[in-house]
Design a protein. Structure first.
Length: 226
């Protein structure tokens, strides 16, 4: 059952300091996302989309405001609890697939499983399931350099979902792909959303986000009414 307000941002701001200069990346952003929603973040580069995803993913902390995911206010988590949150709750998909070039696709997908306290056989089953889910199992023993761009990004999605995260954050996931492979990745994200995962996709290209159930637009760190 979808739960309204699975994600809540209330007056969230992020300010970076560069010497004596302060740069506002997000300015009092407020919105909510329902559980199971596929949300698109639209806006040009530097608009604040990636900053927001980093905050939602626990990779950075807000300067002010309140950010809640699944009933947990992220500001209340210490570094260890935040790491657990990232490992258990969030899957990340980036524009650059960030696969380890010396490891096979299977080994790349196993990396997030290393700290998980379950049997080795259970870890193997999870990796195999994730690879099958994104239709890349036939490339499991290949190195990333032996894969096409679309295959590399599918492998990155498999790595993102291997821990069965509730929330998937995708930052320009099709930015380095041709139109055909970009469409395949977005279809894959749509399929994952249909399985109940909450997904937030950021892109500067509105046409990439045609699958989104709802879009919100950013400009210079603020939400654009619409």
């Amino acid at each position: 059952m979808a739960v309204d307000g699975y994600i809540r941002a209330e007056q969230v701001s992020k300010v970076y300091s560069k010497g004596d200069t302060e740069v506002s990346a997000l300015a009092e952003v407020s919105f909510s996302v329902a559980q199971g929603e596929l949300l698109g973040l639209v806006g040009p580069s530097g608009a604040g989309k990636s900053t927001l995803l980093n905050l939602l993913g626990g990779l950075d902390r807000a300067t002010s405001g309140k950010l809640t995911v699944g009933g947990t206010e992220l500001a209340t988590l210490d570094d260890e609890a935040l790491a657990t949150y990232r490992r258990r709750t969030v899957g990340f998909v980036f524009q650059a697939h960030s696969l380890m070039p010396a490891l096979t696709v299977y080994e790349n997908c196993m990396l997030p499983m290393i700290p998980v306290p379950i049997a080795a056989s259970a870890k193997r089953r999870r990796v195999e399931k994730a690879l099958e889910e994104v239709n890349i199992a036939h490339r499991a023993e290949h190195l990333p350099g032996e894969l096409s761009g679309g295959e590399q990004q599918r492998a990155a999605v498999a790595r993102a979902i291997v821990n069965d995260p509730q929330l998937i954050l995708a930052d320009e996931p099709t930015g380095e792909l041709d139109s055909e492979n970009a469409a395949r990745i977005m279809q894959l994200l749509e399929n994952l959303n249909e399985q109940g995962r909450t997904i937030i996709v950021a892109s500067h290209n509105p046409t990439t986000l045609q699958i989104a159930q709802r879009r919100i637009t950013f400009s210079e760190g603020v939400l654009v009414p619409g």
